[in-house]
Design a protein around this ligand. Structure first.
Ligand SMILES: Nc1ncnc2c1ncn2[C@@H]1O[C@H](COP(=O)(O)OP(=O)(O)O)[C@@H](O)[C@H]1O
Ligand SMILES: [Mg+2]
Length: 373
């Protein structure tokens, strides 16, 4: 293989981190993104265009070894168009399933992966039926297009039903049982073209207003819980014939592990693997799509990752923390926007507590400075 080039559909921070992992392997990335200031712009050539623009798609994959995507919103039709020009890994199927919460849930069920009860909502009458069948509290979610808690409404009582319907009722929806989980977990794995799968240890995640704030890894979990999560992600990877990295978000209720949603790409809850594992989720994704052997996923310590939402703290304040790693996505600040993250590594979990609380305080202060008074 000479001078491999990976064409990445999407040029966000995930694309940026893919390129950072690809560079030492002698692999170059190029990107397609609608925005001229896409975060990946510093790391490789950027084609500016819509992700469904045939000319732009043709231009970004021209001469590339392989294509991949860093955003699950890439239209499946674009993936099929690209597949006629260069191999695309993962393929259109992984996009289709993850883009529609109903298909996603049906896939979980078909594979015997436990998931919250749900009902499809097509109109006001089916919403009332769904509320009756599932009970309250429940979460009304758009079937398509939701991210970072957007496109969702929590229904606690009947008054919430009307309000949620007037806000979300103009699109296909799904009503989901409210899960009073003890904690949220995720599992990330990479599958190569021969079907070999490697998985990282479980990650424990804390969200603020539907957006990820903190991940800790490895999560404390019994062998049974870890095995169940790894079995679920392996079944999904095989079912989708997925080549590359994939993430599965889980609710841990204490009694059961319920699948929440999947992302057919590198994932925010796997950023800790850059400094915290022998091989990162990004490097294994690049290796998988190019047909290279996958690397070990063993953690090198106990890790905490904190997202910078809205604005960045002073980098020096973060770098002063022991074994800290600062990541700036080069995005302009905006309330709630993921503009960077930092990872802390320690030899034992207790040693993480003090630097983690300091890091969270810095992150919260940077977010608060963005809130409009
Ligand atoms: N059924 C549910 N019960 C309890 N909390 C939920 C439920 N569904 C979603 N949430 C909360 O909202 C967050 C975002 O929901 P999710 O379905 O993952 O959508 P997305 O990440 O695409 O915005 C979850 O991580 C979880 O904290
Ligand atoms: Mg989610």
């Amino acid at each position: 293989m000479s001078d491999p080039v990976v064409a990445v559909l999407g040029g966000g921070q995930l694309g940026r981190m893919l390129a950072l992992a690809a560079a030492p392997l002698g692999v170059r990335c190029r990107f397609l993104d609608p925005k001229a200031d896409a975060p990946a712009r510093d790391l490789g050539p950027l084609v500016i265009g819509a992700l469904d623009d045939a000319d732009a798609l043709t231009s970004v994959v021209d001469g590339a070894t392989v294509a991949t995507y860093e955003w699950e919103g890439v239209p499946a039709s674009s993936a099929r168009l690209v597949a006629g020009m260069v191999p695309i890994r993962p393929g259109a199927k992984s996009l289709e399933v993850s883009q529609d919460r109903k298909l996603e849930k049906d896939t979980f069920r078909a594979l015997d992966i436990p998931t919250a009860q749900f009902a499809i909502v097509d109109d006001r009458a089916t919403l009332d039926e769904a509320v009756h069948a599932i009970g309250l509290p429940a979460v009304l979610k758009t079937r398509r297009g939701g991210y970072d808690g957007k496109g969702q409404a929590v229904l606690r009582d009947d008054a919430d039903v009307d309000a949620a319907w007037s806000r979300l009722g103009d699109q296909p929806l799904l009503l989901e049982q409210w899960i009073a989980f003890e904690r949220e977990l995720s599992v990330i794995a990479t599958r190569d073209a021969d079907g070999h799968v490697v998985a990282w240890p479980l990650v424990e995640n804390v969200h603020e207003n539907g957006t990820l704030r903190t991940s800790r890894a490895p999560a404390t979990a019994t062998g049974d819980v870890t095995t169940a999560a790894h079995d679920s992600v392996r079944k999904l990877l095989d079912q989708l014939d997925h080549v590359g990295t994939l993430a599965l978000e889980l609710f841990d209720t204490g009694d059961a592990l319920l699948a929440n949603e999947l992302a057919p790409r590198v994932h925010n809850t796997g950023h800790w693997t850059i400094e915290g594992a022998v091989t990162s989720q990004f490097e294994n994704h690049i290796r998988a799509v190019l047909g290279l052997p996958l690397g070990e996923t063993t953690p090198v310590g106990h890790c905490a990752m904190v997202n910078f939402l809205g604005g960045l703290p002073d980098p020096a304040d973060v770098m002063r923390l022991p074994r800290s790693h600062f990541h700036d996505y080069r995005k302009s600040p905006a309330p709630g926007r993921k503009v960077g993250h930092a990872t802390l590594v320690a030899d034992d979990p207790d040693a993480l507590e003090t630097p983690l609380s300091e890091l969270l305080a810095l992150a919260h202060a940077a977010s608060a400075s963005l809130e409009t008074p």
